[in-house]
Design a protein around this ligand. Structure first.
Ligand code: PLP
Length: 388
């Protein structure tokens, strides 16, 4: 007999599109949120060196101390937050494990977590796996898809244990302004709930925008939990290294679950992550420059196609494209687009009800592929939906 927890878990919309694409030729995959760049060489070399030197053992649950110290230094340097590497930082298997462990650490069955809709679907899985209840607060294109503090406050109940914010955001690319972040911290303090801040796209931010971490505010550490990762900033998705930082009250019990879940993150990948933080950062700047060019290319190209439109997001590498005028559900549109042109996108409904009427495009792809995708989307939309 299979447990209800697994049987009732919703399937990933991204995964369903993968399956649909099987057997199709000449597919352009704009679904997966993974950088198309390879990991910078200094990081790869540190991994090879660690492997050749025989660092093949488990690390402590919280990760190797040199990495925890490098993460603490990064928090000071980039975010203006002091975390104690001994007690307040845990290295995890990507931000995914950090978030999964967090939900299991914070939630009793029936406890609620408030988050944006549309949302990264894995949050929902993680909350449900922990027996919690996701409470989705819609965000709207008119607000640049930013989560609104008043709407979150209205959703708070006595069962609320945490509010989850993600800036820059997946799937919309939206940023939260510093003022909103400050208000979320105040809200969390007022209602005595945690504020989980997922900052995995922190470095992928454009124009005059700057990332602001809620934990940097005075006294915020008692309520804010910061999650981050090497996956996006350093093109290290496959290495599976992330981290969570919070007060010892949160980290100490979380580490007990870490032992049962996976013991620790890969030791050699952790050593590579030290090189990522302590080595030159120009590769990161170069990747962000390229993402920005691609964002501009795609926003301009898509907005020229009659019947669809997209706002220019301030960060991450996603576009949430409005297809409402075309009169098809996002599922139908994305399916037809894939079958007829080989361009794979994710229907917005896969991210929640508020995502209906949109498709998500990940533009972490080469310029050539993006250009081809634009041409195919253009001819598909013009042919199918020519509004004579
Ligand atoms: N948080 C968000 C918002 C993401 O989009 C992703 C990955 O797509 C993650 C966390 C997980 O990242 P990691 O590779 O570190 O597990």
């Amino acid at each position: 007999m299979i447990a209800e927890r697994a049987l009732s878990m919703p399937k990933s919309a991204i995964r369903q599109f993968f399956n649909l694409a099987q057997g199709l030729d000449d597919v352009i995959d704009l679904t997966i949120g993974a950088p198309d760049f390879t990991t910078p060489e200094n990081i790869v070399n540190a991994n090879v060196k660690a492997s050749l030197e025989g660092h093949h053992y488990y690390s402590s649950n919280a990760g190797i101390m040199s990495l925890r110290k490098a993460i603490a230094a990064k928090f000071e340097r980039d975010n203006g937050i002091s975390y104690d590497p001994e007690t307040e930082i845990d290295v995890t298997i990507g931000a995914t494990e950090a978030l999964g462990l967090l939900m299991m650490t914070l939630l009793n069955p029936g406890d609620e977590v408030i988050l944006a809709d549309p949302t990264w679907p894995n949050y929902i899985t993680q909350i449900l796996m922990a027996g919690g209840v996701p409470v989705r607060v819609p965000t709207y294109e008119e607000d640049g898809f930013s989560l609104q503090v008043e709407a979150v406050e209205a959703a708070i109940t006595e069962k609320t244990r945490a509010i989850l914010i993600n800036t820059p955001n997946n799937p919309t690319g939206a940023l939260l302004e510093k003022k909103s972040v400050q208000e979320f911290v105040e809200l969390a303090k007022k209602h005595e709930v945690y504020l989980i801040s997922d900052e995995v796209y922190e470095k992928i931010i454009y124009d005059e925008n700057e990332h602001f971490s809620p934990a940097s505010l005075p006294g915020a550490k008692e309520v804010v939990i910061t999650v981050n990762s090497f996956s996006k900033s350093y093109a290290m998705c496959g290495w599976r290294v992330g981290y969570v930082a919070a007060s010892e009250n949160v980290i100490a019990p979380l580490l007990k679950l870490q032992e049962g879940m996976a013991s620790c993150a890969n030791t050699m990948a952790q050593m590579a992550a030290v090189a990522a933080l302590e080595g030159p950062q120009d590769a990161v700047d170069e990747m962000v420059k390229r993402y920005k060019e691609r964002r501009d290319l795609m926003v301009e190209g898509l907005n020229k196609i009659p019947g669809i439109s997209v706002i220019k997001p301030g960060g991450a590498f996603y576009l949430f494209v409005n297809i409402k005028e075309l009169g098809k559900s996002s599922q139908e549109f994305a399916t037809e687009l894939l079958k007829q042109t080989g361009v794979m996108t994710v229907p917005g409904s896969g991210f929640g009800e508020a995502g209906e009427g949109y498709i998500r495009i990940c533009y972490a792809k080469s310029d050539e592929l993006l250009q081809q995708a634009l041409e195919r989307i253009n001819s598909f939309v013009s042919k199918e939906y020519s509004r004579s």
